[in-house]
Design a protein around this ligand. Structure first.
Ligand code: ZN
Ligand code: ZN
Ligand code: ZN
Ligand code: ZN
Ligand code: ZN
Ligand code: ZN
Ligand code: ZN
Length: 1754
């Protein structure tokens, strides 16, 4: 179908291009009926431009639309060429001082915690950087899209509303200047005309609902039968469902289906079929049929193509309007005017209204376009913003209802604009007073929650999924209410008061529906069958928490409002109580001669609810009243007389008793829902408006009651009245009732009740309850948190309640109470309590959970013991109560209280047989302490005319009256002081007695008379001293004993560490102090050590004994014994790569013989250094394999290692491994034959070898020619003339045991398999190459690490590294013995030919394309295969030396050829040293051989310097290589750090100090070799600049540079769009830290196929960038991601820290983040050391959930 249409499209294009915008505009200017004229134009052209086929052509459509449709409008508007017209308008414009930048998804936004009016006020990055706030305490977040920059909005900022850029314009702006004055009358008129027509057209067509019919004035004359089958987005169906359905319905590929689904998700709709009506209808029915069984079918419409065309143009038009008004504020004003003008149909008929009201019917794409237009027009114009706000408020109810039933996310609903309007304080105030917004919001909310119980309370029981979904949406209304209230009025008008109180009424109605909701009854006998629904109610409570607090804040700002609100609240509370207190009969209680009437009510038997918002609001208001001036001056004005204290306290008390009973285990059968409710009731998220307020309400009530009455009611509610009202009840109780549970229960209840009394008297830190301010309150919270343990900033923040601005107020006080300790390389910064704050510690702090309380108690006692103080934790000194609450202290000295205390002390004194507990006693002691502190303070503050009425000391000195005749409390305390069973509380009792004496003294002494020491105190003091001394002595003994034990333990520990040394070195730390580099032989410092060649230093053979970690047996490493192996991990690596774009295309054919100097992909080997018997390891591995198979059958779980790929964990350290390396003795010694002839020089040697090679090649050819006659062969051999004493038929005997041979093959095959990613094949000729390659590459990577860290080459290396390199080198040197001799010889010949050309090898790489170290290793390790057949007496050492010299010279030539790039003319003087003249001479030769293509001769100094620098890495690697190969100790000079050890290296490597002597000594052969190298065509191409080559020294690869400020990364990522879905913002932009690529991770759009599996962008990238290993930064999450292969991955802590030394993974806190260089270096080090995979392994072992993540989809 598409192909048929194609020519038609082309033809139309031409006719369209002939349109002239100027002419059309001219015609319009003349028109009498402009609307008709324009509509005709659109009707004719729009369908010709848009929707010409199954797929959109956006670029072509845009181009044509601009030419034919928009162009004329611009001409018309400007009255001239818009290319001149618009710039003129722009110039005349006085630009707005508002920024108004609309945020993209993921763009960073900034809010100032000091100056923003509320957290919704944000700045764009540019404005922020130019504002004063960058030096304030700011918060950074990423935008979810939508919303705009508030720069320039004076209402949004308390200070600094303008950034530098927007400040420029402020001076000129007159208040409310009409922007139209800058436009000419003509322009105004024309703009008005064209805007009115176009805006109306767009609205009309976008809201058009018919599917095949256009509005009459747009209908075409001839109508084609072309339709679209349009699929719409919903939030019900998943991607997978849509893709699946589409594939079935429209017969498309999966890829196309993904494309459709992605567009539908992004734009909200997409045509999935184009054709005649029938054809589209058919697709529609299939889609509907396929999805009808799900919650609801997918929405599909068959629409006529012309309708779709007009709608597409309508969208284009709206964007066009948005950009046109950018030219001038005048144009913007006109558009606003047009938009809000009421149409002929009156109310709600303006274009803006029409759009808003059809919002939920529009598709996503259309919504975002018009929302954006609203933001850039209506919300940017101060005058129209107000008018728009009114329209918005008037439609509010409808918009919200639409939103609730709509299924799109809130960000796609017009209702979401509320945040832009309601948070503007002046608008919010206006809407409250003029539109009664508060009441509207609350009523709308209530309308959506219709489920009520019989009493009219909300009921959330048995909520259906749909209702739950609706409930979630309804909650956005609460958010709106919050926005409205977010800034408190500074001035109140009468209207505002009236409307606010109206709103308050509505709010009370809402709370009334919550008061007592979800009531519960204690379950007895059976456990409840179904956990009741409780979350909905708590969600509501939680969401409302801030609103309730804000309501109180508003009330507090105006006394009149406060008093009115208080009255209203009280009235509602009384209504509530009327509802459900029936059936409670009155009873009378009496204790100690006091009696009170109350009702009979048992929490454990009747209904009780935890939801009491009305009581709690009243409590809040009461506190505010108490703070107000009225309360001090005219308390009679307050409506306090209407209060009935018993009524006030009743419900909060029940709630607290419920908590106590739950704690006592009485409600176990009610299940977890109740436990959860109690948890949240106390939780930091809720407690402010729940638990805290209940305590305040009790305080309020009690302060107005006789404390004795209160205590009796409380006893009754706790169901403890009997125990304390009946003398000796306790005794009877414990003897009669043997049921242990009940005793336990009652004990807990008594403890809880005492705790409550402590809280009622002690909790005075809310301003209004006590005489404190907000700072004191927050200080106290922090002190108590830090009393538990030192905490990180974020931990502290989490433990404190946040206000609606997400502030805890912590920063303002933290310095005063805590010290900050900086973080190290891991971990986070910590706050520690200042010691002087410890005295403010209150063990019974009401926000402690039980666990926290006991932790804090332990920590504080420990602290005291450390300071050698007594361990009593007496109550702290408290601030005085406010007057309204002052009488609360009398609880402490009330008769009933004294009776309770006395009773409990009595139980303790009579100790045995009574049911009492130590914590009960501890609480009583605390209460007594509080009372003493109180009395002391009263006495201290007493003024002349007042009498201190607090007489606790007197009361407790009096013994009990008849008939009980109990001893006084004081006497009992004195008795208890010596009770052996109360050791723990002794210090506290002593403290009480001491304080008692002090208080008594104060009371007795008059200020004038000196205080006489009473006898009692002296005695007490002296006994104390004695006691103290005794204690000190005991402590000393204890300390000594402890120290001894500690010493023993640390000794044992040291032992353990020695034995398991490796265990403590799990990470490959190069700076680890433990190490063993040297083969412990003592080396005389003056001896010259030589690592190779005929003069190699002979090392006495050392016997090596090792222990198997599996069977613990010790064994010597010997040639003929069983193999010992090291666990090893082989991996491909690109860490050293200089060319990341290169990768092996076809591994089966790839020839790895020559390593390119770009080192693009190497094979790295590492080991944890743990040694096992080969057979022990095999047994272990088999068992791992078997276990894994069983496990996979049982539960399809992944493990951190892949057994099928040969992976296992080291049995000792759990380090990831995939093979083993055999341990060997230096292999050279085994093969070395006696040298019985003079050793040849280089020239001779090369000749000999060349001859041998020639002979071999000849023989090889003979063998491969299928001539069956053996005689002919021998003839030819004769022809060849074998070199003297060369016996190619000789086969050396393999000296190794079978077991070692087997392991040589095992490791060789593993290297081959991993390095080339092929199936294992031990016969493959490439196996030996891969072994040598891995040895070379691993040495190179270690050399790089050492150089980068400025470590000496032979400095201390961790054992595991040392062991690994030694084994690896020796293994590689021995491997040829298990390979085919002729294969190895073949490799040698080919390698050799690359330097010494011969006829049979062509097509070898030129010397610029060979990594010389790899070549060296290959040649040296392959050489024995040739040498073993040579009986002329040339030693291996000679060969090594000549190979080394030859390769070194080739490398020098390589360096010279590539180094001469920069030339500075300054050093023209003659060469000053030998090397300089030598290098110049060499350079001249080169110049000659290259036919002068080499650049002109630079200075010798310069050349020498670059050769020296370029060759260093090679020399260092060679030194390591020969050191491990031959076991010659390293010269001591190279073991210490220092600058360059050039000379020492040369000596060690048997090189002349002047390297150029090599050339001079061997000039004969070298000249011809150099010539042959230079004549290579690639070298010529390079010199002629046609290709590039690697230069030396190669620089180390680093991870990319990260910016210091994290937000610039976020900004960078927000500008990044998905590379595959055309300009779409990526959801998870992820940065490759190796190469800096940004990827679109974790998303369908960027999945690619890799080895037959779909993988995400990151995994795909690791294969090209890191050969399977990747290090990424997930920018939105601020999280480092490690990936290895498809199944392995972990998250790693990011290198960004906030000012408190904490990372912010997930960017939840939004504190500014800065780069921590040390942590970043650590990540880089992991990469350099090839430890990323190992790190992942450890992380996955430690955290099993990481194993389950589908890493390949990231
Ligand atoms: Zn801005
Ligand atoms: Zn700005
Ligand atoms: Zn600020
Ligand atoms: Zn063993
Ligand atoms: Zn290990
Ligand atoms: Zn993508
Ligand atoms: Zn990369």
């Amino acid at each position: 179908m598409a192909s048929e249409l194609e020519p038609e499209v082309q033809a139309i294009d031409r006719s369209l291009l002939e349109c002239s915008a100027e002419e059309i505009a001219g015609k319009w200017l003349q028109a009498t009926d402009l609307t008709r004229e324009v509509y005709q134009h659109l009707a004719h052209y729009v369908p010709k431009i848009y929707c010409r086929g199954p797929n959109p052509f956006p670029q072509k459509e845009d181009m044509l639309a601009q030419h034919v449709l928009l162009g004329p409008m611009e001409w018309y508007l400007c009255g001239e060429d818009p290319a001149f017209g618009f710039p003129k308008l722009e110039q005349a414009n006085k630009p707005s001082h508002l920024c108004g930048r609309v945020f993209k998804v993921g763009e960073p936004t900034y809010s100032c915690r000091d100056c923003a009016v509320d957290p919704t006020c944000v700045l764009c990055m540019e404005c922020f950087l130019g504002s004063i706030h960058r030096d304030h305490r700011y918060r950074m977040t990423t935008s979810g899209g939508g919303g705009f920059c508030d720069c320039g909005d004076t209402e949004a900022w308390k200070e600094g509303p303008y950034c530098q850029k927007h400040e420029l314009n402020t001076s000129e702006i007159e208040e409310e200047e009409d922007p139209l004055v800058h436009l000419s009358e003509d322009v105004i008129a024309r703009t008005y005309n064209i805007f009115a027509i176009m805006f109306r057209y767009a609205v009309e067509i976008l809201t058009w609902e018919k599917e095949s019919e256009l509005p009459a004035d747009l209908e075409m004359v001839e109508k084609s039968d072309t339709y679209y089958c349009m699929l719409f987005n919903d939030e019900v169906h998943t991607y997978e469902q849509v893709i699946y359905t589409l594939q079935k319905a429209v017969n498309c590929t999966q890829k196309e289906a993904i494309g459709f689904a992605t567009t539908v998700d992004r734009d909200g709709r997409r045509s999935v079929r184009y054709g005649d009506f029938q054809y589209c209808e058919q697709a529609k029915s299939v889609i509907v049929r396929n999805t009808i069984r799900q919650t609801k079918p997918l929405k599909v419409q068959v629409m006529h193509s012309s309708i779709v065309a007009h709608q597409n143009f309508g969208l284009k038009l709206l964007s066009w309007l948005g950009s046109i008004i950018g030219y001038s504020d005048g144009l913007r004003r006109i558009l606003c005017q047009v938009g809000l003008q009421e149409g002929p149909d009156g109310e709600n008929s303006s274009l803006v209204d029409r759009l808003m009201l059809s919002d939920s019917k529009l598709w996503k794409g259309a919504r975002s376009v018009y929302h954006q237009l609203f933001m850039s027009s209506l919300l940017m114009d101060l005058k129209y913003k107000k008018l728009f706000a009114v329209r918005f408020a008037k439609n509010y109810e409808r918009l919200q209802s639409d939103y609730v039933t709509d299924d799109h996310d809130r960000e796609f609903s017009v209702a979401d604009l509320s945040v832009q309007i309601f948070t503007v304080p002046s608008l919010a105030r206006m809407l409250i007073t003029e539109e009664n917004l508060m009441s509207i919001i609350i009523k709308t909310f209530m309308d959506h929650l219709r489920h009520r119980d019989a009493q009219g309370r909300f009921q959330f029981e048995r909520y259906t999924a749909l209702q739950a979904f609706k409930f979630r949406r309804v909650q956005s209304l609460i958010l709106d209410l919050k926005y409205v209230l977010i800034s408190k009025p500074t001035e109140w008008s009468d209207e505002l008061r009236q409307k606010f109180l109206e709103g308050f009424d509505a709010f009370l109605e809402l709370l009334k529906c919550m008061q007592g909701m979800d009531p519960i009854t204690r379950q007895v006998g059976q456990h409840i069958e179904m956990e009741p629904e409780w979350e909905a109610a708590f969600t509501l409570q939680m969401k409302l928490t801030h609103v309730i607090s804000m309501m109180q804040d508003w009330c507090a700002s105006d006394e009149k409002v406060l008093i009115e609100a208080y009255k209203k609240c009280l009235a509602v509370l009384m209504q509530c109580h009327g509802g459900y207190t029936d059936g409670e009969q009155p009873i009378t209680l009496s204790i100690c001669g006091h009696s009170v009437e109350t009702i009979r009510y048992c929490v454990s038997q009747e209904k009780v609810s935890i939801h009491l918002p009305v009581s709690r609001l009243l409590a809040g208001l009461h506190v505010l009243l108490s703070k107000s001036e009225v309360a001090y001056k005219f308390p009679e004005l307050l409506p306090l007389s209407e209060l009935s204290p018993p009524m006030l306290i009743e419900h909060p008390l029940r709630c607290l008793v419920l908590c106590a009973q739950v704690h006592a285990g009485m409600w176990r059968r009610n299940g977890f829902s109740l436990v959860n409710q109690i948890y949240y009731y106390h939780n930091v998220k809720c407690r402010r408006e729940m638990f805290d307020k209940d305590v305040v309400m009790l305080q309020t009530g009690v302060s107005m009651m006789d404390p004795n009455h209160f205590l009796m009611i409380m006893l009754s509610r706790f169901e403890l009245y009997q125990i304390f009202s009946t003398p000796d009840y306790g005794k009877r109780f414990s003897s009669e009732i043997t049921h242990k549970d009940v005793v336990q229960q009652n004990n807990t209840l008594i403890e809880e009740m005492l705790y409550l009394i402590i809280m009622l008297v002690g909790e005075r830190f809310s301003p209004g309850v006590g005489q404190v301010n907000a700072t004191d309150e927050i200080k106290r919270e922090i002190i108590h948190q830090l009393s538990i343990k030192p905490m990180a900033h974020s931990e502290l923040v989490k433990s404190l309640p946040e206000d609606e601005n997400k502030e805890t107020g912590m920063e303002s006080v933290i310095e005063a109470v805590a010290h900050f300790k900086k973080p190290g390389l891991t971990g986070r910064g910590m706050y520690e309590l200042k010691p002087e704050c410890a005295k403010e510690f209150n063990l019974y702090f009401y926000h402690f959970s039980r666990a926290e309380q006991s932790k804090a108690e332990e920590a504080q006692r420990k602290l005291k013991r450390q300071n050698r103080e007594d361990t009593a934790l007496p109550p702290p000194v408290l601030p005085p109560f406010c007057p309204l609450f002052a009488s609360l202290v009398n609880i402490l000295q009330s008769d009933v209280m004294l009776c309770i205390m006395g009773t409990i002390l009595q139980w303790a004194v009579e100790h045995n047989g009574y049911a009492w507990s130590e914590s009960m006693l501890q609480r009583v002691l605390h209460l007594i302490g509080m009372a003493l502190q109180e009395e002391k303070q009263h006495l201290e503050n007493v003024t002349e005319e007042h009498v201190v009425t607090f007489t606790f000391t007197q009361k407790i000195s009096k013994p009990g009256e008849a008939p009980k005749n109990s001893p006084s409390i004081l006497a009992m305390l004195e008795t208890l002081q010596n009770a052996p069973y109360l050791e723990v509380h002794k210090d506290m009792i002593r403290w009480i007695l001491k304080t008692f004496n002090a208080v008594k003294k104060m009371r007795e002494s008059s200020p004038t008379s000196p205080v006489a020491e009473t006898e009692g105190t002296i005695m007490e003091e002296s006994s104390r001293d004695k006691d103290k001394a005794e204690r000190k002595r005991k402590a000393e003994i204890a300390r000594l004993r402890r120290e001894k034990i500690m010493a023993q333990m640390s000794e044992m520990q040291r032992h353990f560490i020695d034995e398991n040394k490796e265990l403590f070195q799990q990470t490959l730390e190069l700076d680890a102090s433990t190490s063993a580099v040297l083969d412990n032989s003592p080396v005389a410092s003056d001896m010259t050590l030589t690592a190779l060649g005929p003069t190699q230093t002979q090392v006495p053979e050392q016997r090596q004994f090792v222990t198997c970690i599996l069977c613990q047996e010790e064994q010597e490493v010997k040639v003929e014994s069983r193999a010992m192996v090291l666990a090893a991990f082989v991996q491909r690596s690109t860490v050293l790569s200089k060319n990341r774009s290169k990768f092996i295309q076809d591994p089966e054919k790839y020839d790895p013989l020559f390593m390119h100097p770009d080192l693009s992909c190497g094979t790295h080997t590492s080991s944890c250094g743990h040694i096992m018997h080969a057979h022990c390891w095999q047994r272990y591995f088999d068992s791992v394999q078997a276990k894994e198979q069983r496990r996979q059958q049982r539960l399809r779980l992944h493990t951190s290692y892949d057994v099928e790929n040969g992976e296992f964990l080291c049995p000792l350290c759990e380090c990831l491994s995939n093979t083993v390396i055999p341990l060997l003795l230096p292999p050279r010694n085994i093969f070395n034959k006696l040298n019985f002839s003079d050793q040849p020089n280089l020239t001779q040697w090369i000749r000999t070898i060349s001859q041998q090679i020639k002979a071999l090649q000849f023989l090889r050819k003979e063998e491969s020619t299928p001539n069956n006659a053996s005689t002919k062969n021998s003839e030819n051999v004769d022809e060849l003339q074998l070199p003297e004493r060369f016996r190619p038929d000789f086969r050396p005997k393999n000296p190794y045991s079978e077991s070692i041979k087997e392991m040589l093959t095992t490791f060789g095959t593993a290297t081959y398999k991993v390095g080339l990613k092929v199936h294992p094949n031990e016969e493959d000729p490439r196996v030996p190459i891969m072994c040598w390659g891995s040895c070379a590459y691993t040495i190179q990577s270690i050399e790089r690490i050492l150089s980068d860290e400025d470590k000496p080459l032979f400095g201390p290396l961790p054992c595991r590294l040392d062991d690994c390199l030694r084994s690896l080198t020796r293994f590689a040197a021995a491997h040829w013995t298990v390979a085919s001799l002729s294969v190895v010889q073949g490799h040698f010949c080919k390698l050799f030919a690359s330097l010494v050309p011969n006829d049979s090898h062509e097509e070898l790489p030129c010397i610029l394309d060979i990594d010389m170290f790899h070549l060296l290793v290959g040649l040296v390790l392959a050489f024995p295969a040739l040498q073993c057949q040579d009986f002329s007496g040339i030693s291996l050492g000679t060969g090594d030396l000549h190979i080394f010299h030859l390769v070194t010279m080739a490398h020098i030539i390589q360096i010279l050829l590539t180094s001469c790039t920069e030339e500075n003319g300054m050093d023209q003087e003659n060469p000053t040293c030998e090397e300089e003249s030598a290098v110049l001479a060499l350079y001249k030769t080169l110049h000659q051989y290259t036919g002068s293509a080499l650049k002109e001769i630079p200075s010798g100094w310069h050349l020498w310097r670059s050769v020296r620098a370029g060759i260093m890495p090679f020399l260092k690697c060679s030194a390591l290589f020969f050191h491990y190969l031959n076991g010659v100790p390293s010269p001591p000079d190279i073991q210490v750090p220092g600058t360059s050890h050039f000379e020492h290296l040369c000596n060690y490597l048997s090189l002349p100090n002047n390297l150029f002597c090599l050339f001079q000594e061997n000039s004969e052969i070298m000249n011809s070799l150099i010539e042959s190298w230079c004549h290579n065509s690639e070298v010529k191409r390079y010199l002629e600049g046609e290709r590039d080559a690697i230069r030396y020294p190669r620089e180390s690869n680093k991870l990319i540079n990260l910016p210091e400020d994290y937000s610039s990364l976020i900004n960078q990522a927000s500008n990044f769009s998905c590379p595959k879905s055309g300009g779409d913002k990526s959801r998870a932009p992820t940065l490759c830290l190796v190469c800096g690529s940004l990827l679109c991770s974790q998303s369908y759009c960027c999945q690619t196929e890799l080895e037959g599996e779909d993988v995400g962008a990151c995994t795909a990238h690791t294969y090209s960038c890191g050969s399977g290993v990747g290090i990424f930064l997930r920018v939105r999450e601020c999280q480092v991601l490690f990936l290895a292969g498809k199944t392995k991955g972990c998250f790693y802590s990011p290198p960004y820290l906030d000012d408190y030394g904490e990372t912010d993974q997930g960017l939840r806190r939004g504190n500014p983040l800065h780069l921590c260089k040390e942590r970043f270096k650590k990540i880089q080090k992991l990469w350099h050391q090839h430890s990323v995979t190992e790190e992942i392994g450890h992380a996955q072992e430690a955290n099993q959930t990481l194993v389950g993540i589908d890493w390949q989809h990231l």
